[in-house]
Each structure stands twice: as structure tokens, then as C-alpha cells.
Design a protein around this ligand. Structure first.
Ligand code: SF4
Length: 272
């Protein structure tokens, strides 16, 4: 006997998946479950948005989490390293935890998002044919090329409706969802502590969210991996402070002279 279909909206809380959910509801499309994977690292505005959205649609958003917190996996999880002896020499001692995510090591995507989601859906899959609705916008089709987005049970309504990222944001704004200006500051609304975000977004993180920035510095002291290949968190802070000084003096914050002066400042900082 064929399994009954079960329609799952994969909600990140961002503009695209929110627009997809709202449009699906407006079109009376079948929805059995609205699923949000909570990393615990969303901006405060995102959690407020989810509560507001839940009230607006009058339906529950199912929130799933990993068994342990980000901090546990980041700092304390016992990790088997390929060459522990070499690791200890390189970093001065044995460290537990995955450390910051890197371009080739996005452990948090699987540990905090994929695994909890799959664990939750596994039991449903026994009795249902799960159809997952994924909020990839029509101008993000490069994401469709990724293997993880090519599963046969995935549906991409925004692509079918030709809704671009800009269309999605407008669609949400028109319905009163503005994330308290989160999208005026950031082009993405994912984990606030992500080292993979752009320098411009990290600059805004330090400016608008000083408490979160302080937390980055606390974590930096406890982990083995540099925040980014080019800058630690404290180096970034120095750079951003230096930029402010330069701007106040009417000097440019790019170009050879800027980077020479910045390098000198960072060298002084590391020697102190
Ligand atoms: S956004 Fe960054 S920190 Fe968050 S899960 Fe993805 S890679 Fe990890």
C-alpha cells in the first residue's frame, strides 16, 4: 500500500521561507507540519519573528533542536582528530570541541540543523511519504545544483512561482513582517556568530550587537581555531576601530596605505 503524503514546510524564519509559507497558506496548499531547526544562534529579532508569525498564521511552528547546545559541540564535544599529537603541537595543548566553522568544515550545519531535522522526520517517514517544501528563491537556482537540494521529495515553490529574493522580502514586508529591520542591516539572517559571514556583516554585528560581539570574544579565548583565516575576533575589532578612527580623520579605509597601517597596528597588538 502506498504511503500517505505528508507536507512539511522547511522554515528557516528568513524572508524566503517565510514568504513561501505565507503564499502556500494563501493558496490553500496542503501543509501538515511547519518545521524550524533551532540552532540557538538566531538573532533575537528572528525568534520574535517566529512568535509573531505563529500568531499570525494561527498554527504551531514545530521547533527542533540538537541534543546538546552549540556551546557544547563548539567547546566540549570529544572529537577524534586524525593526528592528535600534531594537533597538540600546533595549538599548544589538547582541545575538545569542533571550534569555529570554516569553509570546508561546516560541522554546525549538520550537527545543529540536518541531524535534528532528520531525527525528527525519521519516525514520520515510517508511515508517510514526506514532501518537503524548501524556500529557495528563483534567483538562487545555484543552490538547486547542490546535492542536498536535489532530493526527489523536495519541492521549490518559489522557483515555480518565479519569486526572487527581493520579491520575497517585499511580500513579507507587505504583510507586516519586517524582522525589526534585521534585513535593513544584514543581507542574510542566519547564525549571528557565523565566521563565514562577510566582513561588512561582522562590522555591523559589532556595531549593532555589542553583547553578542562580547560573547564572540569570550568563545574565542576558549577555542583552538582562529575565527577566520585572516582575522581573529580581536583582530577584527581592532580593524573596525581603526576604520572608525580613519573615517573620522577623513582617511580611506581601503588601499595599500590603509592595509600597511592596519598591519602595523595588528603587529603591535599581538606583541602586547
Ligand atoms: S550559518 Fe554558519 S554558524 Fe550557522 S550553521 Fe551555517 S555554517 Fe554554522
Amino acid at each position: 500500500m502506498s504511503k500517505k503524503e505528508y507536507h512539511v514546510v522547511s522554515l528557516s524564519g528568513g524572508k524566503d521561507s517565510t514568504a513561501m509559507l505565507l503564499a502556500m497558506l494563501e493558496k490553500n496548499m496542503p501543509i501538515d507540519l511547519i518545521l524550524f531547526c533551532d540552532t540557538g544562534l538566531e538573532f533575537p529579532e528572528m525568534y520574535a519573528h517566529l512568535d509573531k508569525l505563529e500568531k499570525f498564521i494561527g498554527r504551531k511552528i514545530t521547533r527542533v533542536r540538537a541534543e546538546r547546545s552549540f556551546e557544547y559541540y563548539f567547546l566540549h564535544a570529544p572529537i577524534k582528530r586524525r593526528n592528535e599529537a600534531q594537533f597538540c603541537v600546533q595549538f599548544g595543548k589538547h582541545y575538545t570541541g569542533y571550534g569555529w566553522a570554516g569553509p570546508k568544515m561546516r560541522w554546525c550545519t549538520s550537527v545543529l540543523k540536518d541531524i535534528p531535522r532528520e531525527r525528527f522526520l525519521r519516525s514520520l517517514r515510517k508511515e508517510h511519504k514526506i514532501i518537503e517544501y524548501i524556500g529557495i528563491a528563483a534567483d538562487e537556482t545555484y543552490r538547486l545544483l547542490r546535492k542536498r537540494n536535489q532530493k526527489p521529495n523536495h519541492v521549490h515553490p518559489l522557483v515555480d512561482w518565479n519569486m526572487t529574493e527581493a520579491d520575497c522580502l517585499k511580500y513579507c514586508y507587505d504583510r507586516g513582517f519586517d524582522w525589526n529591520e534585521l534585513y535593513e542591516r544584514f543581507s542574510r539572517a542566519s547564525c549571528w556568530c557565523c565566521p563565514l559571514q562577510s566582513l561588512s556583516e561582522l562590522r555591523k554585528l559589532m556595531h549593532y550587537y555589542p553583547k553578542l560581539w562580547e560573547q564572540l570574544k569570550v568563545w574565542e579565548k576558549q577555542t583552538w581555531r582562529k575565527f577566520r583565516a585572516d582575522y581573529s575576533v580581536t583582530e577584527l575589532e581592532s580593524r573596525f576601530e581603526f576604520e572608525k578612527e580613519r573615517l573620522a580623520q577623513g582617511k580611506p579605509i581601503k588601499g595599500k596605505e590603509f592595509f600597511t597601517e592596519l598591519r602595523k597596528r595588528l603587529e603591535v597588538m599581538s606583541s602586547e
